[in-house]
Design a protein. Structure first.
Length: 256
């Protein structure tokens, strides 16, 4: 039987040792992955945001029903091979979409909360297993725009799924970002136009009036009036007593 030079081992025995070594290495790697998976958190949060130049009410009509999620990366138009049906009310809380797809598997998404000013939240399940997710589209109104925040929170039941979630997190984030850009385009195109205020008309400058120099020095006041001296005759007349008027002579009896 052939032996390997230097160690005295036969070829079949050496082959078995090499195989056992590879198996042990594989088991160690799997054990390490399981250990790392158990150390990872059971929940994963992924979020993206975009600013939309429209009020919350104009955005809400595009998120209040799974039927209107044409901007979503998981819409019927982007999954042509999936079988999709809608259940529950048309819009608002309880509106649902159910799908069956070879790539994504089977799943269900249901709106849990709906508010025209705050946005919506949803619950999601995949492949009929304990794997579930929740998320929402939150509105943060501004002066003339709205910040839309899309969050995805997944809950994993086993360490392997936790590892897969970490790996798929970046891909999921890219999908959320692309969906928000599509939502921004649709919402801004359908939002009512905001009237632009006309610029103020500048006031006409006032006509310039030639300034007349004014003498600031006060005018001299008129001297006080001095009474004129009375004539001497008037003074004598005023000082002399008045003479009685002349009397007529009284006739004596017997005189002619």
């Amino acid at each position: 039987m052939a032996t390997h030079p230097g160690d005295g081992l036969t070829f079949p025995r050496r082959l078995r040792l090499e195989l056992m070594k590879k198996i042990l290495i594989g088991v160690a790697v799997v054990a390490a992955l399981f250990g790392a998976g158990y150390m990872l958190p059971a929940e994963q949060l992924v979020g993206r945001s975009v600013t939309v130049n429209a009020p919350p009410e104009a955005i809400y009509s595009h998120v209040d029903s799974p039927r209107s999620w044409t901007w979503s990366p998981w819409s019927a138009a982007k999954l042509p091979g999936a079988r999709i049906r809608y259940e529950g009310p048309q819009t608002g809380v309880g509106a649902q979409v159910v799908w069956q797809d070879e790539t994504m598997g089977d799943g269900r998404l249901s709106l849990a909360k709906a508010d025209p000013l705050r946005g919506v939240t949803y619950e999601m399940s995949l492949n009929r297993d304990p794997y579930t997710a929740s998320g929402g589209l939150q509105f943060v109104p501004g002066d003339s725009s709205t910040l839309v925040v899309w969050t995805w929170r997944a809950r994993y039941s086993d360490p392997v799924a936790r590892l897969m979630g970490i790996i798929a997190g970046e891909q999921l984030g890219a999908q959320l970002e692309q969906g928000l850009l599509e939502l921004k385009k649709i919402a801004e195109a359908s939002a009512p136009a905001v009237p632009t205020p006309s610029p103020p008309v500048p006031a006409e400058p006032a006509a310039e009036v030639a300034a007349t120099p004014v003498d600031a020095s006060p005018e001299p006041a008129d001297p006080p009036a001095v009474p004129e001296p009375k004539r001497q005759e008037e003074e004598v007349a005023e000082s002399a007593p008045a003479s009685p008027p002349p009397q007529e002579p009284v006739a004596t009896p017997g005189e002619p």
